[in-house]
Design a protein around this ligand. Sequence first.
Ligand code: M6R
Length: 365
Amino acid sequence: DLAHYSHYMQKEIFEQGSAVANTLEERITNNCMLEIETFGEEAVEIFNQVEAVRILACGTSYYAGMVARIWLESMGIPCEAEIASEFRYRNPVVPDNALVVAISQSGETADTLAALNQASKLGYKYSLAICNSPFSQMTRVTDLVLHTRAGPEISVASTKAFTTQLVSLLLLMIALAKRRGMTVDEEAEIVSELRALPSRIEALLQMDKDIAELSDYFADKEHTLFLGRGTHYPIALEGALKLKEISYIHADAYPAGELKHGPLALIDAKTPTIAVAPNNHLLAKLKANIQEVRARGGKLFVFSDSGTPIKSDELIEVIEVVKSGPFTSPIIHTIALQLLAYHVAVTKGNDVDNPRNLAKSVTVE
Ligand code: M6R
């Protein structure tokens, strides 16, 4: 039932505030994460043993894994994130007491299921599925299951599944980081960021009209470049995937530091760049990259946090998004890019919910 929305994708983008609130319900208090309620009783012993994490997933779910890898590492937990279709054909070295985490909206993705199987053959000791479909195959084969509770996602382009995966991965990060010395104050800080997230998402969604106005500029473009750094590099990848998937505009995403190593050659007046520019310790670096693009005559759309000192000019259009904390900022920036992709696809008259050549659930290799 679409109610007053034009497409499922639009509806699902707008459901993200409540989807995130559902993901968190009865899993956090005012200042802490409730481990047993979130992961089940069996998780306590498993998490006590875990020394390393390997995340496996495909597509958008893999990008959630890439963000989580940076989060877990920052808490002293060795972590790798890998595309399931690559992992399943390799024989990597398995760390002691490693937890394999599969991330999937559908829980039926053939490569992710096969990668889980490969992980158990290789000797990964523990497994967790972060999954949106409570009765899917994936939830039956792992030791632990964390249901993302986004509700049914109909549109082929994943939106609310991704943002609730990120929230779920933050809960996992807290559980593992507490065993590595995260203080109660640090935990409370992250939990309060999570509690503020649904209302920040609602505030971001108020920017819908402003973002829609950008779509005319993109509708006749053939190529785009997305840039980001740190946790926002996977968000640039996700923004690019969303745009190519539904608007059929070629979109590449690069870590901004890679510009000089090749992609800068693509920049011309017909190739816009979208920069994901949160106000964090990497902003100065990213601003230098923005100038590199500008100096080559490339038009830039810079998604910054409100209040960040980046100025618009004839080549740079700054779009200020709602400011949030360091852990939830990737989620806020993602939603802005979802809206951009959505409006470009609508402007082009594409079948937004059923893009050509794609299926919602990829159950064959
Ligand atoms: O159901 P899954 O999360 O395992 O699906 C993985 C990918 O197929 C999926 O995220 C795909 O990349 C989406 N169409 C992206 O919008």
